[in-house]
Write a protein that binds this ligand. Structure first.
Ligand SMILES: [Zn+2]
Ligand SMILES: [Zn+2]
Length: 139
């Protein structure tokens, strides 16, 4: 399967020639700011499956001291990818076009969610990290 994604202005696009893994939503205060939203929505990709199709020159990288980063469009501000040591680690679910055939499997750091967010019932949630998580923002 091929998954396509693009930013809000459409200048940057990518394709993923394989399945996404570990879709999760993190409700911590850092992810809220990084995603400008109530939580992150993110899944892991195999770097060899990922390819930029257009607009790579318009990407900006914000990387923290531990080597984790986010790549976003410098024109429209959409956050497209997470990186580790400069290599693509995962994609933001919001920039995917169509059905990526994966659902968010767990909600993490719900214990520090925004006061204004109302959690849906019937979702798997953890007050902090899930037991098996490797999580971009919490390294
Ligand atoms: Zn854009
Ligand atoms: Zn987080």
């Amino acid at each position: 399967m091929t998954i396509d994604g693009e930013c809000f202005c459409g200048e940057i696009s990518y394709s993923v020639s394989g399945p996404l893994r570990d879709a999760r939503s993190c409700h911590c205060s850092r992810c809220r700011k990084a995603f400008s939203s109530q939580a992150s929505a993110y899944a892991v990709v195999d770097p060899e499956h990922f390819k930029w199709k257009s607009g790579e020159n318009l990407l900006t990288l914000y990387q923290n001291q531990y080597g984790f980063g986010l790549q976003f469009c410098k024109v429209c501000g959409s956050t497209l990818c997470g990186t580790f040591n400069g290599q693509v680690h995962g994609v933001t679910l919001g920039c995917i076009n169509g059905d990526p055939k994966i659902e968010i499997g767990r909600h993490i750091f719900v214990g520090s969610k925004a006061k204004w967010e109302v959690m849906p019932n019937d979702v798997l949630q953890y007050d902090e990290a899930a037991p098996d998580d490797t999580q971009l923002s919490d390294q």
